[in-house]
Design a protein around this ligand. Structure first.
Ligand code: X8Z
Ligand code: ZN
Length: 458
């Protein structure tokens, strides 16, 4: 409505507003940036492709994939493998969510595809905010703690495992909280972490406010920071101060974020009372609406779009059409109105920051998801001897040693060999599927008599 708005403001509306008209406005506002970025994206695509073509790569996507020692085809097969493994569970989650949200918004005719503005996330990449688990209101608890506590708490968690306190310069040089209205510049609202000199100058850009999303994100970003600090050692030459692969870099902090929301951890930290009886199935459902729901977005939509953008030179006037084709096929999500799909002035893909400034790498997060469940499974069963669905890593130095041993070699280790050495397994979705296994039966029961509208993957 003519006013400036931050992404935190938009997210707040999408997470709590029940008025569909207001939700629609917030969602539309979040996509406006796409129109402005559309032509620039074409230019970036062409420049990126030409730059690596001069080095003998077919295209920029292929160049980025080569970091894994894989060809584009092989990476795309990995994406299909993950989608197939998780599809039955995603189908149940999709059906559950369609019916729950239709009821919540008072819509009688349950739509086949979920309208994008019904969901609590701008891209539908996490739906976990739609479930409230009785007895835990993390958002409420965190609001009382305040933003700085979130960052400090994430740091305390790492320190408890045996990592050093963050260097003073981290706090001096980072920009961790939303900018005050008084400054005359803006910053990207999306979180990132930086290793500026490949030595000890580590910084993070965030806009932390005290809610559960930022609680996860602070742990995620500090995972990058501690990765940087851990492979900054005499055994790792400067050029190998990177993750074993980029997915490892994404996995460590997300793993810590997962661990920091498990009940025994939160009870230990007095984030929830000891005597509370929570519904474990609702907790698992909430987690699945984060982790499982992320897979069709990352493997299907983001990777599919960037593949076509770089490998197939997707024409600019098809950007929006292709984006929504992929959203329909993989996520079962539709735009608020169908005209949007064919309107080439929109570029909804470009509303996702990675499309512009972290190009052709989004499969990193998909792979990091299955990797982090593998690491978590190993830590829970072999180090902590705890149930993977209910752990408390806090203060465990052996867990810290395990994580450090993965991070310390940086890119001087072969990522496949490292995974085998550390967990005895090759990369697979098994640990993630095992984690969510009890949910399948529960969802099937709730969804009995409901119509599934997601099509089987071909
Ligand atoms: O972009 C991020 C991090 C920064 S590397 C906050 N993530 C992905 C996203 O937000 O889309 C973390 C998980 C997925
Ligand atoms: Zn990250």
């Amino acid at each position: 409505a003519g006013k400036s708005v931050s992404t935190n403001d938009i997210d707040e509306i999408l997470q709590s507003e029940n008025d569909l008209g207001k939700r629609l406005k917030a969602w539309q506002a979040s996509k406006e940036v796409g129109k402005t970025l559309r032509q620039g994206l074409t230019n970036l695509r062409d420049l990126r492709n030409k730059t690596v073509q001069a080095l003998g790569y077919h295209d920029y996507f292929t160049y980025q994939v080569s970091e894994y020692g894989m060809a584009t085809e092989e990476m795309m097969q990995w994406m299909q493998y993950m989608l197939k493994e998780l599809w039955p569970l995603y189908t149940e989650l999709h059906t559950y969510t369609r019916y729950e949200l239709a009821q919540k918004y008072g819509i009688e005719q349950v739509p086949d595809m979920i309208p994008a503005h019904w969901l609590p996330n701008r891209w539908g990449q996490s739906w976990s905010a739609i479930v409230k688990v009785e007895g835990i209101d993390l958002d409420n608890v965190l609001e009382e703690k305040g933003s700085e506590w979130l960052v400090k708490q994430a740091e305390r968690f790492y320190i408890s495992l045996g990592f050093d306190p963050l260097p003073k310069s981290f706090y001096e040089k980072s920009s961790l909280y939303p900018l005050p209205d008084t400054v005359d510049y803006k910053k990207n609202n999306h979180a990132s972490a930086w290793h500026l000199d490949l030595e000890n100058d580590v910084r993070s850009l965030m806009s932390v406010i005290p809610n559960s999303r930022w609680y996860g994100t602070t742990h995620h970003e500090l995972g990058h920071i501690y990765y940087y600090l851990t492979y900054t050692n005499p055994d790792v030459p400067v050029l190998l101060r990177r993750g074993a692969n980029r997915a490892y870099h994404e996995a460590i902090g997300s793993l810590m974020g997962l661990a920091a929301t498990q009940e025994p951890f939160m009870v230990g930290l007095e984030l929830m009372p000891q005597d509370i009886e929570t519904d474990q199935m609702m907790t698992l459902l909430k987690e699945a609406l984060g982790s499982i729901v992320f897979i069709p977005f990352s493997c299907g939509v983001m990777t599919g779009f960037e593949h076509d953008l770089y490998v197939k030179d997707l024409p600019e006037n098809e950007f929006n059409k292709r984006w929504w084709e992929l959203k329909a096929k993989y996520q079962g999500i539709a735009p608020p109105s169908a005209e949007r799909i064919g309107n080439p002035s929109f570029c909804d893909a470009a509303s996702k920051t990675h499309i512009n400034n972290d190009a052709a790498q989004y499969y990193d997060y998909a792979i990091s998801s299955i990797l982090l469940f593998q690491l978590h499974d190993h830590i829970a069963k072999n180090i902590l001897k705890q149930d993977p669905n209910a752990t408390n890593y806090y203060g465990n130095k052996e867990v810290g040693e395990f994580l450090k041993s993965i991070m310390a070699p940086g890119a001087s280790a072969d990522w496949k060999v490292l995974l085998r050495e550390k967990t005895g397994e090759d990369l697979s979705a098994k640990a993630m599927l095992d984690y969510f296994e009890p949910l399948m039966e529960y969802l099937k029961k709730i969804n009995k008599g409901r119509v599934h509208t997601l099509k089987p993957l071909d």
